[in-house]
Design a protein around this ligand. Structure first.
Ligand SMILES: [Ca+2]
Ligand SMILES: [Ca+2]
Ligand SMILES: [Ca+2]
Length: 514
């Protein structure tokens, strides 16, 4: 085939930091079931299983929330019964098992709810939620799907074999968090109205929460999809309501720097941050956690830590922090932002696993349309940022906020110690909210957006990290305007449709197979 004209990608590709990889098969176990003790946080502090029990949540409802069920974890009797019930009613609506609230605890005890593994916390050699065992959280909660071989709920939950690394675009994290009996324990990642900010709040909701907000107030915030859209998770303890769309976790050798703000340069450092501060947020009350919050937010950061202690006390949470991690020689560094590091070998095993997970095949599209889309992609300017070859690592260069979002016109809310940039917010937009406090300036880089993987796009229901664009066609349609985020357009409808087909077909073989 003749080479198309146009560029393959930006001349300056940058170089991801060197990465150490351990053993991928050990990493698979870490990915699926290692909690480093965070079951204390999810079961005793947030009280997720207790909330589900109180609300009589059925397996059918778990699936409606977008959770995935691992058919291989079910015992033979349960699997046979479920298979028979789904045979007689493929919608699952009349399945005795799927509609029995007691079966939710059974599924959890069987370790079948993906990403919410049970631990033998009472040490009796048996896994049973009812007798005091605890449920934690792992990467598989958001970064795995079931293949739907047994059942697929219209809302995106599925029962089948595990497919790790796929982003769960249907996970209703806000509603899942709201269902917990003590959602107030998620205080650091809620949208807050802090005294240090004069009671002003930043995020999707017009109203911020405080340490005095009731459980009902917090549940109302979390379960409102305008605040917490499906497929998103607020992973920054910055007091801002800034959930981001979930990412794929396959082929992570291609994805550096990590996070939409490019905040983290090294993969194992991202994983460590997840374990030591997101999957057990109570570490933020420790001296290391407080120092990190202070560095990020000054007095607002101090206030988050102080108020969090009050919330934990008011809700009877004790014995924290829960995560099993060691103090690190360089607290505050990317290796240990809150001063803690979980087991190094397991982090490197997890690296190997996330790197080994293959990207799914792209959608099948007609060869001529693919070729037309590919030629346009290379000639209309897309490859000044994106690579055409998706089997190559994304360029590591950060795209400045003003380039990716010409409407960026921020006000300065506070100064910070270098290398951190000042706290900047464009009031009229949520696109920049995630990068107001936590951004790549933490590693001496600029506030901007990192290049995303252009893979598995056919399965994506929504585009850009802030969920702001509903379809690929809309993303490339000039009607969004010249000052909107990602204003790179094709005015001609036919050309746009060829590029959309091309994008949907992309995978790591695209350059060789088509
Ligand atoms: Ca709740
Ligand atoms: Ca946040
Ligand atoms: Ca903003």
């Amino acid at each position: 085939m003749a080479m198309s004209a146009g560029s393959d990608g930006p001349a300056d590709q940058g170089k991801p930091l060197p990465r150490k990889d351990g053993d991928a098969s050990a990493g698979k176990t870490v990915f699926r079931t290692e909690t480093f003790g965070n079951e204390g946080f999810w079961t005793d502090a947030v009280r997720m299983p207790a909330g589900m029990k109180a609300a009589r949540v059925t397996p059918y409802q778990l699936l409606e929330l977008g959770l995935q069920i691992d058919v291989d974890a079910l015992d033979g009797t349960t699997r046979d019964a479920l298979t028979a019930q789904l045979k007689s009613d493929p919608t699952g609506r009349t399945s005795a098992l799927l509609n029995d609230p007691a079966a939710t605890a059974t599924l959890m005890s069987d370790n079948a709810v993906m990403g919410m593994p049970i631990k033998d916390s009472n040490g009796d050699g048996v896994m049973n939620l009812a007798s005091g065992d605890k449920v934690g959280a792992t990467c598989a909660l958001c970064h795995s799907m079931a293949d739907g071989s047994l059942f697929r709920s219209p809302h995106g939950g599925a029962i089948g074999h595990r497919k790790d690394g796929l982003a769960n675009h249907s996970l209703n994290m806000g509603k899942i968090f709201a269902t917990a009996a003590n959602s107030r324990a998620l205080y650091p990642v809620l949208q807050l109205a802090l005294r240090a900010n004069g009671g002003k709040t930043l995020g999707r909701s017009t109203k911020g929460l405080t340490e005095n907000s009731s459980e009902a107030d917090v549940d109302a915030y979390l379960s409102n999809p305008d605040n917490y859209p499906v497929g998103m998770f607020d992973d920054t303890f910055d007091g801002n309501g800034d959930p981001m769309h979930n990412s794929p976790l396959f082929r992570q050798d291609l994805a550096a720097p990590y996070g939409s703000g490019g905040t983290i340069a090294r993969l194992d450092n991202f994983s460590n941050l997840v374990y030591t501060s997101l999957l057990d947020q109570t570490t933020l009350t420790t001296p290391g956690g407080r120092a990190f919050l202070h560095k990020l937010g000054g007095p607002a950061g101090d206030e988050i830590a102080d108020d969090y202690v009050k919330v934990l006390q008011a809700t009877g949470v004790t014995g924290y922090p829960y995560v099993k991690a060691s103090p690190h020689a360089m607290p505050g560094s990317e290796d240990a932002p809150v001063g803690l590091r979980v087991d190094e070998k397991m982090l490197l095993d997890l690296n190997a696993y996330m790197v080994s997970l293959p990207a799914p095949r792209g959608a099948d599209v007609d060869a001529a349309t693919f070729a037309a889309g590919r030629a346009l992609f290379r000639t209309v300017g897309c490859t000044s940022c994106h690579n055409a070859d998706q089997s190559k690592a994304v360029p590591t260069r950060m795209i400045p906020m003003k380039t990716i979002f010409p409407g960026d016109n921020p006000v300065t809310l506070a100064q910070r110690m270098p290398p951190l940039n000042p706290v900047l917010n464009t009031e009229a937009s949520i696109f920049d909210d995630k990068m107001v406090i936590v951004n790549a300036s933490l590693r001496g880089e600029i506030r901007g957006i990192a290049m995303p993987l252009l893979l598995d796009l056919a399965r994506k229901p929504v585009f850009l990290h802030d969920n702001s664009v509903p379809t690929l066609d809309a993303l490339l349609n000039p009607s969004r305007g010249t000052s909107s985020p990602h204003p790179f357009y094709l005015a001609d409808g036919k050309q746009r449709s060829a590029v959309v087909s091309y994008l949907r077909a992309l995978d790591t073989r695209s350059e060789t197979m088509h």
